[in-house]
Design a binder for this molecule. Structure first.
Ligand code: SAM
Length: 346
């Protein structure tokens, strides 16, 4: 049983692209040996192939390009410096168990990790011990490292031949500026890959027992940023207020009152169920289930702290029965006069 366990662990670390890589190396082995008669130089080339661009191209499903790149490296001879690259990795919402295998491998291969504030310590602990970790965390309102400086850091390290992991909370392409970072890398000709992560809406829904769609209640789902103009301008509130859909508001802690006001003003019933999931998937997850009409009071009295996701729609009410993770949800306003229960949940 122990042997099987160890084998399973090893298999989870082995990349699916290794089979194709092995076949490729086998095919060009003779030519490599002839071009690199010195064993140390040959090992250097294999290192560069296995850990570098050739493997990255295979992983991206670009076999023909990988083969061309291998031949370029073989023909360039032993002086060739390893080309660096950037992997944009989604770390998910916090629970390390929600990392993808691909994210884990990228972490374990990285020389440098540039990570956001929302990436948990437990996840960073899965990285190679000698990898350099650089926090570039951002909090709403105060950007500890400006985006331009993050871009430059990624480029500097990649251009020095390092494997850079740019790690973000949730999914890098959902309110994560992943697109902007790729545009920057592409303009500089730096190779990149993207590893998706579980976005907060999917994770918070699952860990709060709130299905985001449901045949009886909700036929569509919208991921919305509440980090807009303080007055709420810039969002299509009329479309957001229509029924039978679920809204997941990101970055909404400071805008709970505005969201409720705008949605009701545009026709969504004040009795629509809502749920606020704070610290979703983490040991201190707290879920508050209420109605749209309660949001202003929760903003004032509820002590809601970031990161928190606001779910609006009939499905939110299901969390009261279907919850399974962490503390029992607090039901607002029923629990509001019971500070002990609230404190316990917090
Ligand atoms: C800048 S956005 C990044 C979103 C991220 N890229 C994603 O896909 O989840 C940050 C917002 O995501 C939400 N969020 C991220 N992690 C969360 C968590 N563990 N629990 C609740 N909300 C979370 C919050 O709304 C937070 O304000």
């Amino acid at each position: 049983v122990l042997a099987r366990l160890v084998r399973e662990k090893l298999e989870s670390l082995l990349d699916e692209s290794y089979g194709t890589l092995a076949a490729l190396l086998e095919r060009w082995r003779g030519r490599i040996r002839a071009a690199f008669p010195d064993v140390t130089a040959r090992r250097g080339l294999y290192e560069s192939i296995v850990r570098g661009r050739v493997t990255a191209l295979l992983r991206s499903g670009r076999g023909a390009e990988a083969e061309r790149e291998l031949l370029v490296q073989v023909d360039a001879g032993q002086g060739q410096a390893r080309a660096g690259s950037v992997v944009l990795v989604g770390a998910g919402p916090g629970d390390p168990g929600l990392l993808t295998l691909r994210a884990l491998r990228a972490l374990q291969e990285a020389d440098v990790i540039l990570h956001d504030r929302l990436v948990s310590e437990e996840i960073l602990d899965l990285a190679r011990r000698d990898a350099q970790r650089i926090p570039v965390g951002k909090e709403a309102g105060h950007h500890s490292v400006p985006q331009a400086a993050i871009n430059e850091l990624m480029a500097q390290h990649a251009q020095a031949g390092r494997r850079v992991v740019r790690m973000k909370g949730g999914d890098p392409f959902v309110f994560g500026r992943g697109g902007e970072e790729l545009e920057y890398l592409r303009a500089l000709g730096i190779a990149y890959e993207v590893v998706p992560g579980i976005t907060a809406a999917a994770a918070c829904g699952a860990y709060a027992g709130i299905p985001l769609t449901h045949r009886d209640h909700s036929q569509s789902l919208r991921l919305v940023t509440a980090h807009c103009d303080p007055s709420g301008e810039g969002l299509d509130w009329r479309a957001l207020a229509s029924g039978r859909q679920t809204l997941a508001f990101y970055m909404g802690v400071a805008r709970l009152g505005t969201v409720a006001e705008k949605l009701t003003e545009h026709g969504r019933a004040a009795s629509t169920p809502v749920a606020i999931v704070e610290n979703g998937t983490r040991h201190d997850q707290r879920v508050t289930i209420a109605r749209l009409a309660d949001l202003a009071a929760i903003a004032e009295l509820g002590g809601v702290r970031a990161p928190a996701l606001l779910i609006v729609g009939e499905v939110a009410a299901l969390g009261a029965q279907l919850h399974w993770f962490g503390a029992t949800p607090r039901l607002w306003p029923a629990d509001v006069d019971q500070p002990a229960a609230v404190d316990e949940a917090a």
